[in-house]
Design a protein around this ligand. Sequence first.
Ligand code: APR
Ligand code: PHB
Length: 381
Amino acid sequence: MRTQVAIIGAGPAGLLLAHLLHRGGVDAVVLETRSQEYVAARIRAGILESSSVELLESVGLGSRLRAEGHEHRGIYLQMPGERHHLDFVDLAGRSVWVYGQTEVQKDLVAAATAVVHYEVSDVVLHESAVTFVDSAGVSQRLDVDAIAGCDGSFGVSRAAAAPEQQFERVYPYSWLGVLVDVAPSTDELIYAWHPDGFALHSMRSPTVSRLYLQVPNGTDVADWSDDRIWSALATRLGHGQDGWKLTPGPITDKSVLPMRSYVQTPMRSGRLFLAGDAAHIVPPTGAKGLNLAIADVALLSRALVALLRDGDARLADSYSDDALRRVWRCTHFSWWMTTMLHASGDPFDAQLQLSQLRWVTSSAAGATGLAENYAGLPIGF
Ligand code: APR
Ligand code: PHB
C-alpha cells in the first residue's frame, strides 16, 4: 500500500489531521490499535478555546458544536467564603465552549474523510514506511512520504522521534473524577481552592455534570464511596455558602487521573512529525490538552500540505519551533493553574496561593492574564 502520510493514532489529533490533510489535497491513512467503539467512548476533556472552535467551524466540523455545545463567558474562582466570576469576554474578548471530546470525536468520525484501520497491532515506524498487522492478522506495509505521530503518551512515535530533550514535572497529587447524571449546579465551571484540596465543578451537557477532587497519588477509587465523594465536594465547593447548593446525582463513572507535565523536543525527526499527547502532556487544570492537540495539527496540516502538494519545506522545517512556542505557553499556564489551586500541605504555599488568587480575582491585570491564557491564544501564537 502507498499513501502520502501515515497517521499513527485515531484520537482527536490523528482524525483532525486526516480531515485537514484531505481538505488540502493530501492523502493519508490512519492506523489505530484500539477499536472504533473504544476510542469513541473514552471520557476526556470538555472545554474548547475559541480558536479551537473557529478552526473546527472553518473546516466544516462546527454545526453540531454550535447547536449542542454551550458557550461560557468565563469561570468562577473560589476560596473558602468567596466566589468570583472572571468574565473572559469582557477581559480578553474571547469565550470558551463546553463540548465534550467524545462529541468532537463523533463529529470527526461522521465526517468520514479519513481511511482508518482500527485494531491494528505491531505498528513499527521506518524511514519512509510503516509496517503493521491489520485486524484480520495480515502483515501490511504502507509506503509514505511522511509520518504523523498522533498516538498519545503510550504510543510508538514518542520513542521513534529520538528526543534530544525531555522535560517532566510529576505533581504530588491526582484527580478523582466523576461523571454524574445530574444537571450542573452551576452555569459556568467552578475552580475551588480549599485547605482539604482542590475541587472542580465542570459539566458535559444540561443533564450531565463532571466533577473532580484533588486526592493523594496512589488513591484507590474503591476507597471513595459515593457518599464520601459528595461530602468532600460539598465542603470544598461551598455547599450552603450564600445559599448555593450542590445537587448530587447518580455517579456513572469514577476514575483517578495522575497529573503530569511533559514536553519532548524537537517535535520532528526526519519524516516523523509529532502532534498532541505524543509530544506533550499537561495536567488537566485549565483544560489545555485537547486544545493543544488541535493547535498542533492545524500547524502540521499546513506544513504537510505545503511540503507534499507544493514542494515547499519551509513550514515543515519550522513546525517544531512553531508548535513548541504555544506548547510551552500552555505548559506554563497549566502548571501555574495547578500549583495555584492544589493544596500541598505546606502552610507557606497555602498563603502564596491565596495571595495569588486574591490578585487574580481583584486586579484587572491579574484577571486578564488568566482570561487570555484560558480562553486561548490565536492558533498562530
Ligand atoms: N499505534 C496506533 N495507534 C496507537 C498506538 C500505536 N502504537 N498507541 C496508541 N495509539 C492510539 C490510542 O489508542 C489513541 O486512540 O493513539 C490514540 C491517541 O489518542 P489520544 O491519547 O487521545 O491523543 P491525542 O489525539 O493527542 O489527544 C489529544 O485530547 O483530551 C485530550 O488527553 C487528550 O490531551 C489529549 C488530547
Ligand atoms: C472537564 O470538564 O473534564 C474539565 C474541565 C476543565 C478542566 C479540566 C477538566 O480544567
